[in-house]
Design a protein around this ligand. Structure first.
Ligand SMILES: [Zn+2]
Length: 200
């Protein structure tokens, strides 16, 4: 337990201090951190980072883009069918306008996904686990709140255990995929081990 206190008081734990510098970019705004100190404030967004932290970005939800494409194609097929089965050119014109608006909407959505907008970012570091939605902090779990993390079968979530019991979970939707959830569990447990002063 003293090791948890050490983490909170900020006094050095040699296992934590010896961690390699992994962060290349600011976890929140992706600003390139080359040449900046290990522990510093991001010049772009003001976030206090530490290059030893582990960062898990939510998997891009390609599935929802595909779903949007399928639905859009289905609706446009219906509009085309109406346009070609009636003599009115007005409907054909409306269909074309809808088509163009839809294309603009899909492109905008694809671009915002590619730029990483509105994604969850999970940071595992000295202060514990921090979860951000875009750049807003949504959840903060200190190291003292749990002993280890297990994979919970129900929903494939990350279960935080204290004294052998799962007290709270982090839903898989936070990480965007099962792969990232498993990755988080491994990273969180590794940090927990280091906090306890064990090197593996
Ligand atoms: Zn930043």
């Amino acid at each position: 337990m003293a090791t948890n206190d050490e983490l909170h008081s900020g006094s050095p734990n040699r296992f934590i201090e010896a961690l390699p510098l992994k962060l290349k970019r600011c976890p929140l705004c992706r600003y390139l951190l080359d040449g900046l100190p290990t522990r510093h404030r991001c010049p772009e967004c003001g976030f206090d980072y530490d290059k030893r932290w582990d960062v898990i970005h939510q998997d891009r939800r390609i599935g929802s883009i595909l779903l949007a494409c399928v639905l859009f194609t289905w609706v446009m097929s219906f509009v085309n069918w109406v346009a070609f089965s009636s003599p009115g050119r007005l409907i054909l014109g409306l269909g074309l306008v809808l088509w163009m608006l839809g294309c603009v909407g899909l492109c905008w959505r694809a671009i915002s996904f590619l730029r990483g907008g509105r994604r969850n970012t999970t940071i595992v570091g000295h202060e514990g686990v921090q979860i951000f939605r875009s750049r807003e902090p949504v959840r903060q779990i200190p190291w003292a709140a749990f002993d280890d993390v297990i994979y919970t079968r129900v929903g494939g979530a990350a279960g935080l255990r204290k004294n052998g019991r799962v007290l709270e979970t982090i839903d898989q939707t936070i990480f965007g995929s099962n792969r990232k959830t498993v990755q988080f569990i491994a990273i969180a447990n590794e940090w927990k081990q280091r906090a306890a002063g064990r090197d593996d």
